[in-house]
Design a protein. Structure first.
Length: 388
């Protein structure tokens, strides 16, 4: 059977009749499962072509058959239950994804292991350059206006953001994570950096963190908090942030209003995760007594990031298959390609929200952001010259 014309051209083959029935009844879950299991075979095009075609058409005319509509309604009805993430469940969710082999992440991420949206400030930037630009873009918004600021990095990953803030701003940085694998790498990097006295990493849930901080940053962690925990998250921020403090929150969001997590992503990639609309985040910030001082929406930056990850993953596919197996490779191919197409052709974006407790915590124009970013770039260039 042939449908439509033009590009991309995709030909698929279903290996059994049950596969066709499953796909018709629950395409959001079963498309990925059938591809993982080898029951959906691509005869022409690749998985990125397939998902580009599906995403573009789904955005215009989602399936109207009754089983699909009922499943969508049921999933939306229980989304708060699925996103209920007490401390123990949050830890299990992190282990599911982030405590995979360190070699896996080394094979497809940049050299700093930034596992969040890069910032392609100029055409032609490499992934490494764009990830460094992302860190500087965020640092500029944190208004690091004096040395010795106490900074908390919530969801610090492998430590790259914390290292940059400690190095570039002479800040005293504490990074927290729930991933033991990430913690080991971050602590090793801190020890090698020579900044151990003002750079530390701990295995801590944000809800149990104590202290008082001039600046708080969180990059790519808020997607794992879950809607029911938003009041507790921002209430905790309010207690941790000093009266004149500033926070920068960077997370994947959605531009079309509230929704639900794709069921395949929730089952296989990010259990308990949710990418919220601004309308779901801003009320929680307001109720915590915090002020939103700036919002930026990054649109296609993550699509470019994911494409770079996908290309690197495919280049190392043989080695990744040795680490895991063919089904794992298919799962991650589907994840990376599907996520890319969600940013290219659907409503997924990245939100950067700057938050303060007082109206006078920051300059009254945004000029300082650009000035700080330029200064950080100049410092980095000077360090590169000295190293050479």
């Amino acid at each position: 059977m042939h449908f439509g014309r033009g590009e991309p051209k995709v030909a698929i083959r279903l290996t059994d009749h049950q596969a066709a029935l499953a796909l018709a009844c629950d395409p959001l879950l079963k498309l990925g499962e059938l591809y993982m299991d080898g029951r959906l075979v691509l005869e022409e095009g690749d998985v990125a072509d397939l998902l580009a075609l599906v995403t573009k058409n789904w955005a215009v005319a989602p399936p109207a058959q009754l089983p699909v509509r009922l499943l969508t309604a049921a999933r939306r009805a229980v989304r708060r239950i699925r996103q209920f993430n007490p401390v123990s469940r949050s830890r299990a969710n992190v282990v599911h994804h982030y405590d995979l082999s360190q070699e896996l992440y080394r094979l497809f991420l940049d050299t700093d292991r930034q596992y969040s949206c890069a910032y392609f400030s100029e055409p032609g930037k490499s992934l490494e350059e764009a990830q460094l630009a992302k860190k500087r873009h965020i640092a500029a918004k944190l208004w690091l206006n004096r040395p010795g600021l106490k900074v908390l990095d919530i969801g610090c990953g492998w430590g790259g953001m914390a290292l940059e803030l400690a190095r570039a701003a002479n800040a005293d940085v504490t990074g927290i994570t729930l991933s033991e694998e990430q913690l080991v790498v971050a602590r090793e990097r801190a020890a090698r950096s020579g900044m151990g006295e003002r750079l530390r990493f701990d295995l801590v849930d944000y809800r149990t963190q104590r202290g008082s901080y001039d600046r708080i940053v969180s990059v790519g962690m808020f997607e794992h908090v879950g809607l029911p925990q938003y009041p507790a998250f921002f209430a905790k921020i309010s207690t941790l942030l000093k009266n004149d403090g500033v926070m920068l929150l960077h997370y994947i969001g959605r531009a079309e209003g509230p929704g639900e997590t794709n069921p395949w992503i929730a089952k296989y990639i990010f259990p308990g995760g949710y990418c919220p609309a601004l309308s779901e985040v801003l009320p929680a910030i307001e109720r915590a007594g915090l002020l939103v001082t700036d919002i930026e929406v990054l649109r296609l930056h993550y699509a470019q990031t994911l494409r770079a990850w996908r290309e690197r993953f495919n280049a190392s596919r043989a080695r990744i298959a040795e680490l895991y197996d063919e089904r794992f490779c298919r799962m991650w191919e589907f994840y990376l390609a599907g996520s890319e197409m969600a940013f290219r052709h659907d409503s997924m974006v990245v939100h950067q929200i700057q938050i303060a407790r007082r109206t006078d915590s920051l300059p009254i124009t945004r000029d300082y952001m650009l000035e700080n970013e330029r200064a950080l770039n100049q410092m980095s260039q000077a360090r590169a010259v000295q190293a050479a």
